[in-house]
Design a protein around this ligand. Sequence first.
Ligand SMILES: C[S@@+](CC[C@H](N)C(=O)[O-])C[C@H]1O[C@@H](n2cnc3c(N)ncnc32)[C@H](O)[C@@H]1O
Length: 292
Amino acid sequence: MSSLFSKTISLRTELKISDPEFVQLRDYIYQQSGIYIADNRKYLLENRLANRLKELNLKSFAEYHHFLQYDPSKRQELSRLFEVVTTNETSFYCNPPQLAVFQNNVLPEVLDRQRKAGQRKLRIWSAGCSTGEEPYTIAMILHEVLRTEINSWDIRINANDLSEAVLNAARAGVYNDYTLRTTPKEIVSRYFTAEEGRFRVKPEVKRLVSFGPINLSDRALLKRVERSQIVFCRNVIIYFDDEMKKNVIGSFYDNLLPGGYLLIGHSESLHNISRAFKPKHHPGAIIYLKEG
Ligand SMILES: C[S@@+](CC[C@H](N)C(=O)[O-])C[C@H]1O[C@@H](n2cnc3c(N)ncnc32)[C@H](O)[C@@H]1O
């Protein structure tokens, strides 16, 4: 018992992150992704990376920082690091009051405008889509609203994330019942095929979504994203500091077509970040309009 205890102590001591190493790694992560790690999350970084350092046979966090910059596998390692510092928590039909506004207000308005302009084309951007629950939920709502008319529309939901691992899971489109806990039963039976306790998204939903990598800190890359009528970026900007939030929200504003809407997470706000949008207040949700 005592030897086990002393071994734990010695491992912890070995892989401790010093304050300068923390600042070095924190700044590197910020520079690469815009994700800002507060001082009080120093030990989280230390704990979550300790095993990775051991696997790589590295003796310190300074060595790991060097590895991230110069090793031939630095790109893959950066992806792994992003996975350590982000939370991919998501679920289908997350934030029902906001989705009700999307289904009953935003979509009818935007679709009607397109019909009147004789342009049955719709582009929605799901930025920070994680394992796909958000863009697939959007696709299911589009089916609910348009029904058979959907076949006469040119629709694409561009779904992007920093992490390759979550994008691969999203492309597979197979889920457990926990992630469906707030999804109405009739939606589950209409848009999923049950497979031995797992749920596979049906092809008519999948075909509306196009997954790809993106780093929201890369402004030049964001400029090349196809322009959208609606942008979803929920529970992503919480990771960013104010400067990065301003840049990202500015990019969404530029991406949106006039009369388009931005939807952010329920604990997020544009207060002190952007005055460009007009906030629209609905019961249980604020959405942001780019005036036309
Ligand atoms: C908590 S999940 C939110 C998923 C989904 N939007 C939702 O609300 O259910 C946050 C996602 O943002 C992604 N993310 C964080 N920083 C990013 C960045 N700089 N560029 C692109 N995606 C990022 C993470 O990889 C993660 O999958």
